[in-house]
Design a protein around this ligand. Sequence first.
Ligand SMILES: Cc1ncc(COP(=O)(O)O)c(C=O)c1O
Length: 457
Amino acid sequence: MQQRATGNYRNDTLVLGFSDLDRLRHERPLVLSAGRGVFVMDERGRDYIEAVSSFYCVALGYSEEELIEAAMRQMRALPMYPSGAHRTVPVVLELADKLAALAPIPNARVAFATTGSEANDNLIKFMWYGNGHTGRKQRRKIISRTGSYHGSTILTSGLGGSAALRDSFGLPLEDHIHVSQPAWPMAAEPGETEAGYTERLARELRDAIEAAGPDTIGAMIAEPMSVSAGMLPPPAGYFAAIKAVLDDYGIALFADEVVTGFGRTGNMWGSQTYGITPDCITSAKGLSSAYQPISAILMSPEFHDRMVEGSKADGWLAHSGTYHAHPVAAAVALKTIEIFERRDIVGHVRRIIPAWRAALDSLTDHPLVSGIRQSGLAGAVTLRRPGDTGTNAPSMKPGGLGRAAYDAGIEHGILTRPIGESLVMAPPLIITEPEITELTRRLRAALDDTLANAPRD
Ligand SMILES: Cc1ncc(COP(=O)(O)O)c(C=O)c1O
């Protein structure tokens, strides 16, 4: 969609990630300048339902005054003081306690960073540190699943699964092992049951561990529900099966809850929804409703003990960041948690899920829709041209039809995310039933246009 320039800016100065740089040379990006509840407004005043909460992050919508006030209060009290070098600020201590109490890890310890990518990156660095000082130095390798997204740093880009994220940048670095992304039922073999599929993936994991050398592997990282691979809930029994394999070899499980944390799946943590017992969790996005950049690493006491051994040996943990646990971000995160509890945001998500599910189901009669996936307040609509066959297995790369439907959505005032031939959605958690109805109306209109304009073979 072509936008007219309305502000006093050039179009081609800004380099935007996850964008077609060539297209950006002649086409103005969508420029959003205001927000209210689940809506954002562009520079021409047109409104859009943000059906993906931006990058799955603005949990409390775009106009939460309490978060703004919390930021202002902290700005006035002490706008900045880094947490590190034996110094911190009260709000960071309070946030660490609060997160530890919320974490599905008993007696969790908490470290902060700035982004989700950094949290995953730092967690792996911490693992190497702790292992290096406790006789497990060779345990460096990390297992991840193809098609996942765990961030954009050099280390975390390599964990992802698509050529665009990884190979195009000369990644991964060494130490990465990739196993299959569960995609039930799309990736099942003919006649395979869900239990059989789960067993096959557990076998594949065991084989990959044996091939790589069990004593060289430190951890496996996985999203409880794979959002970035196209909103794929795990098949039944998946995490119990892979955890059993990992336990056999003393390999830790890291849950990347950057998206699934903070209520998205109908519990505070995706690990609770899917019965996962992780050793460590990373959290970001919803943690501050993304009003401020902050991320957290929640770790088991045993994991932390290994880091303490490292610190004893070196005299300190030689790692910090100026903006880690920025006080304004910490104040906003603390207020976010308070709002979650006071307004029972997770309860609201649970109550709204049936309406969300019904809205997705109502789209299955559309000729372009080949299926839907839903977990918690998230979902994906898979698209297929009438008459096409095929599995429609999701991939990270924007596909033709997904991209066309996304563009049509912009025309009809709805922002989704195209992943392969799917449109992925995860609206702000505060969405109401009438807003879900309006979202569905706009999406259907976009699908109608996409169908009308789809090239026929
Ligand atoms: C599952 C997952 N992990 C990590 C990240 C990286 O977070 P950030 O963009 O804050 O670096 C993302 C971002 O979308 C994500 O979806």
